[in-house]
Write a protein that binds this ligand. Sequence first.
Ligand SMILES: *Cc1c(COP(=O)(O)O)cnc(C)c1O
Length: 478
Amino acid sequence: MVRALMSDIRYISTRGGSQNMAERLTFEEVMLSGLARDGGLYLPESWPTFSAEDLAAYRTMPYADMAARVIAPFVGNAFSAEELLRLSREAYATFDHPEVVPLKKLAVDNLYLMELFHGPTLAFKDVALQLLGRMLEEILSRSGKRARIIGATSGDTGSAAIEAVRGSRRVDIFMLHPRGRTSEVQRRQMTTVLAPNVHNVAIDGTFDDCQDLAKACFNDLAFRDHHHLTAVNSINWARVMAQIVYYTAAAARLGSAERPVSFCVPTGNFGNIYAAYAAKQMGAPIGRLIIATNTNDILARFIESGAQTMAAVEATLSPSMDIQVSSNFERLLFDLFDRDGRALAKVMAAFRSTGTMRASAAQLLRARGIFDAGRLDDSGTLRVIAEAYRDTGELLDPHTAVGYAVARQKRGDPSTPMVVLGTAHPAKFPDAVEKAVGKRPELPERMADLYKRPERCTVLGNDLRALQQLMDTTPAPR
Ligand SMILES: *Cc1c(COP(=O)(O)O)cnc(C)c1O
């Protein structure tokens, strides 16, 4: 078993608001609250560690069983080992590949592709959200409580969250998307779910407008309490936790203490790659972590210069990485600031108001000791989709293509295995793939009729009152 460092794990905030024991939360509390009250993000007080026997066992263990073991120390007393195993097996039974996250050797450069897109909505977010949805349901059913999820999506998060809770009798979901600004596949994956607890709302506005509306609902404390609002975006610790599992699985299978494995991760919010950092802290044989960005490259610029400077968001072919401020980056900064939450809180406040922050030379050196970064623009993305198809036979979606290209740019020692994360199925972004290779990727069989299914969606203006009225008049699930 993975050894926990304490009998019931506690979580602290990156902004130092957890000085006394009462402010150190349990897993259950962290999962239900999302963002910390002081504006920070939750992290475990200390990292559990893998033993050599754990890592040896993970080489062959079925994915769902391994997931239950890896996350056990993070949930503390919230679930028994048996409950975790059941929830994990149910969650990963929804994936249509027996290995859940298959690892393929590519024909070039000692590169591997870890396909994280065999879940119900064809993007990696299913890996965490299928489990999170079940954990939420279990916790709520114990207490007889209900919760409402509200969220904003530019595409992939929305469908994965909807799919994770569809049909629940304890949770319902209001998912806001900018009307006419998601791809058709993304929209249909949300609006064709007709379960009574799923409420899609198309907002006449941008993704930022949607996000502002969701935030405003949280900031209206009376409204928030009345509806028991919960968030499932990538700052929720439970999502990071579930993602630690696949890095550990790949590192255990391909690496050893003498031969660590490197990863290249197409990222926007730093959520996915932060989970790799966590797995490394826990003792998985992981070498370098390569951050791959599109032209929204705030993270790559940080690794190059030590400065984080906000810029305007540009729309690209890899829309799920079109992010200006990577919220999960704060979790890494917390360690770079030697876990001094008070100091970090000041820096983050200044960053919000001035749009820029600078790490010290020592902090930058530490970050570069683990991370490297590169970027790829849209024309490069189209070129690389075609090249990868020619050289490896794999059709890559635009996000994965960014990862593949940056992995090759930053290859380093070719004897080190390097795993590229396949974050979406090519059929989720068929227009870009067709433009690159002249061939339209086919939807997997279970989704083949997506374009024929009926849709349901409420259209609203960019209007908080109208949204709140809709939620007030929509009965809770039963
Ligand atoms: C969400 C998403 C990303 C970015 O993930 P982060 O956790 O925000 O870094 C990359 N690719 C795809 C396909 C996604 O859906």
